[in-house]
Write a new protein. Structure first.
Ligand SMILES: Nc1ncnc2c1ncn2[C@@H]1O[C@H](COP(=O)(O)OP(=O)(O)O)[C@@H](O)[C@H]1O
Ligand SMILES: O=P(O)(O)OC[C@H](O)CO
Length: 496
């Protein structure tokens, strides 16, 4: 058995390869960014060949820089940007179109047609998802509609569809297996999360031949071994796969019903483990599959905030108010409050609980006394307000009290934000000692399949906390601040 697990974290803007040891500690890592294509306003695409190239390149970097031999790797775990859709030729391996990224709105028309035909409720019931261009189903249809002859080739079994996990496993195994895991399947809008199978009615509705869909497997099992000609001369088990937000839930060891994590990256994604029961939301949360493990599926409720860390990037690149994301903390702390300023960063609409794709960003409460510091502080605070919107919805729909939130992602290094978050939620916010919880989750899933990690209890014992933030703010003040936010969101939604 090798001494390390290699996790591949294929994200929206970059690909990372991280080697973990038996304690879950990072031994070595490499990262590579790739190109974003914006062919038209609101469209976002990636080149799948470039993604594959970035995967090979980061693997080569970790191996050469760490001086390790491929034989020292026990297994590979994959985690991925979710929903992003690739369709490729089964024989040549060539994608027939760019990957359509989760953020892309190019399938809005397809979605609107489904809404007009009153399919929203059917889709929500079967898949647990909101009818939105975010998910893969409409993206597959778009590719089949727009690439000449594609639908016919797909019906003949010549084309394959996959989310990025599926595509990478296919490439790493040199086309030996066409699989995905339950968590990724649950983001396609084609998968019945109750019956745990691809849904014929939904595939018919979107005119997607079922021949092109991958086989759905557990998130932790050996799918295939790497092909020696592709993978540095060695056959290594590919033993785990799950979507990145589900992997973060796993990496945070949120194994029990009622445990929740929030990841503060480009967006914010909060997931609550709901155990073996899918909880239907009436308020805009997604019901999703957290993972499939040991023959069983665990469900989660998910709340999505589309703009979080990217609002801080906007302060840096668009507003040019800060030079580095970290500066936002220093500026925010220079003032005692925002002086009544609210920034609603609805740059691409609002996700949970509003699902309003037409609303746009807005700023309220400006006075002659407003300074840059107030503006920056209000933008940072917006991450916490949006998270509170999500958490309240979760508590309502799950009928559970969330009294602890585990957090990860780039923006958790902002201590002001984390303290404000704890104040606003009036619960403890626990920062994990592990920075790369997403990749760690993928490593755990792979290692559990091969015996590298013994059990979930073993994994749980490895979880360590860096810091706990406890609420300090008076309840009345918190309520006043949050009421102001609700008014700001309501006002922003009037301006369309
Ligand atoms: N100190 C900070 N304060 C606020 N936001 C930050 C800070 N450091 C990083 N960020 C934000 O975190 C995001 C990067 O986090 P990361 O987890 O790497 O995101 P992703 O995986 O979505 O690319 C960026 O959007 C950045 O603006
Ligand atoms: O690649 P990230 O970290 O921005 O995550 C994207 C999510 O998986 C989208 O659902």
């Amino acid at each position: 058995m090798g001494k390390f697990i290699l996790a591949i974290d294929q994200g929206t803007t970059s690909t990372r390869a991280i080697l973990f040891d038996r304690q879950g500690k990072i031994v070595h890592s490499a990262q590579r960014e790739f190109k974003q294509f914006f062919p038209q306003p609101g469209w976002v695409e990636h080149n799948p060949n470039e993604i594959w190239g970035s995967v090979l390149s980061v693997i080569a970097s970790v191996l050469t820089e760490s001086g390790l031999q491929p034989q020292e790797i026990d297994s590979i775990g994959i985690t991925n940007q979710r929903e992003t859709t690739v369709v490729w030729d089964k024989n040549t391996g060539q994608p027939i179109y760019n990957a359509i990224v989760w953020q892309s709105r190019q399938t809005q028309e397809i979605v609107e047609a489904l809404r007009k035909n009153e399919k929203e409720e059917l889709i929500r019931k079967k898949t647990g998802l909101q009818l939105d261009p975010y998910f893969s189903g409409s993206k597959v249809k778009w590719i089949l509609d727009h690439v000449e002859g594609a639908r016919e080739r797909a019906s003949k079994g010549e084309l394959l569809f996959g989310t990025i996990d599926s595509y990478l496993i296919w490439k790493l195994s040199d086309g030996a297996v066409h699989v995905t895991d339950y968590s990724n399947a649950s983001r396609t809008m084609l998968f019945n999360i109750h019956e745990l199978k691809w849904d014929e009615e939904l595939c018919d509705l979107l005119e997607i031949p079922m021949e092109m869909l991958p086989e759905v497997r557990m998130s932790s099992e050996i799918y295939a071994t790497t092909d020696a000609s592709v993978f540095f001369g060695t056959e290594i088990p590919i033993a785990g796969a799950a979507g990145d937000q589900q992997c973060a839930l796993f990496g945070q060891a949120c194994f029990h019903e009622g445990m929740a994590k929030n990841t503060y990256g480009t967006g914010c994604f909060m997931l609550l483990n709901t155990g073996d029961k899918p909880v239907q939301s009436d308020n805009g949360l997604l019901t999703t599959i957290a993972w499939g493990l040991d023959g069983k599926v665990t469900y989660a409720l998910e709340g999505s905030v589309f703009v979080a860390g990217s609002a801080i990037q906007w302060l840096r690149d668009g507003m040019r108010m800060i030079q580095k994301a970290e500066d936002s903390e220093r500026y925010a702390q220079k003032v005692a409050s925002t002086d009544g300023v609210y920034v609603v960063p609805a740059f691409v609409g609002l996700g949970t609980p509003y699902w309003d794709s037409d609303v746009r960003g807005a700023v309220f409460g400006l006075t002659r006394g407003t300074e840059k510091e107030h503006f920056i502080r209000a933008t940072v605070e917006a991450l916490a307000y949006q998270t509170k919107d999500v958490l309240l919805t979760m508590e309502k729909d799950s009928k559970m009290d969330i009294d602890l939130l585990r957090v990860d992602g780039g923006a958790v290094s902002n201590a002001f934000l984390m303290q404000f978050q704890s104040d606003l939620l009036q619960i403890e916010v626990e920062q994990s000692a592990y920075l790369e919880t997403t990749a760690l989750g993928a490593a755990y899933l792979a290692g559990l399949a091969t015996g590298f990690f013994e059990s979930c209890e073993h994994v749980e014992s490895l979880w360590a906390k860096e810091k706990t933030y406890s609420p300090k703010m008076a309840i009345e003040k918190r309520d006043d601040l949050y009421n102001g936010w609700k008014k700001a969101v309501a006002a922003a939604r009037l301006f369309k």
